[in-house]
Design a protein around this ligand. Structure first.
Ligand code: 9WO
Length: 243
């Protein structure tokens, strides 16, 4: 990963599931300071835009030198990703694809933009994490690294939890509860206290289908629903018609 704010990414990488995976050597994440690949005394990474206009543009040469050095250190990357609002929308499916690659290089832009030749020469793809403008690609890069790393075998201790993850199944999560059983009269659904595991499974499934239908009906078009889930969905639609 190449950035002018390496500290931002190191902070994210040091904590939690990802931090432990890095410590254990299950994944390796190199954070490279773009300024280390400048050649002037002031370590200049930006310059004024040709053609005029507001702000500054990141110069191409430090990116080219960083890319050459990283290739020498880690070998050829299978993908070079530029994080940008012009990129292809990031999703679980894109994360699965990247998680299968041995080495991915991420490039983070800043200021008003990045010299177009960095895109053309170095990037093999561009990814956007959503339709909003940020001040740079660092937070999107952190999002991509965390999402992709979770899918690498051994990063998350419990492989089942990754497989059952909401977007892996195409449904939103069911609601969670923990103690106390009553919070000022606001009670945990009785079925969860019942100890009837089959009933709990059915209730959770029903909740996941209902929430997805209410909040993200677009997800249902691509969700891999089992027969029971499809039946639940049909019943909900029928109940609506009978209102
Ligand atoms: C800011 C700006 C201000 C005045 C005139 C033109 C301007 N363009 C930009 C701009 O697009 N800045 C970008 C900031 C330059 C590249 C890095 N930046 C960035 C990446 N913002 N948002 C992202 C991003 C990346 C991935 N997914 C979502 C957002």
């Amino acid at each position: 990963m190449v950035t002018i704010f390496p500290g931002m990414l190191r902070a994210v990488l040091a904590e939690g599931v990802l931090g432990r995976a890095v410590e254990r050597g299950v994944v390796e994440v190199g954070v490279h300071d773009l300024r280390d690949y400048t050649s002037d005394r002031h370590r200049t990474v930006d310059d004024v835009p040709y053609g005029g206009g507001p702000g500054m543009v990141l110069k191409p040469e430090p990116f080219v030198r960083a890319s050459d050095a990283i290739r020498r250190q880690y070998g050829e990357p299978a993908a070079v990703v530029l994080l940008s609002p012009q990129g292809r929308p990031f999703s679980h499916v894109e994360a699965v694809r990247l998680s299968r690659l041995r080495h991915v290089m991420l490039l983070c832009g800043r200021y008003e933009g990045i010299d177009e030749r960095v895109r053309q020469r170095l990037a093999t793809e561009e990814i956007s994490i959503g339709d909003y403008v940020l001040s740079g690609g660092e937070l999107p890069a952190a999002v991509v690294v965390e999402t992709v790393a979770r899918l690498v075998p051994g990063v998350v201790g419990d492989a089942d939890s990754v497989r059952e993850d909401s977007f892996a199944r195409g449904l939103l999560d069911y609601p969670d509860y923990t103690r106390p059983a009553s919070l000022d009269g606001d009670d945990v659904p009785q079925v969860l206290l019942s100890g009837h595991h089959a009933d709990i499974r059915t209730w959770r499934k029903h909740q996941a289908v209902r929430r997805t239908r209410e909040r993200r009906p677009d997800l249902l078009e691509r969700a891999a629903l089992d027969e029971e889930e499809r039946a639940m969905l049909r019943d909900m639609s029928r109940d609506m018609e009978n209102e």
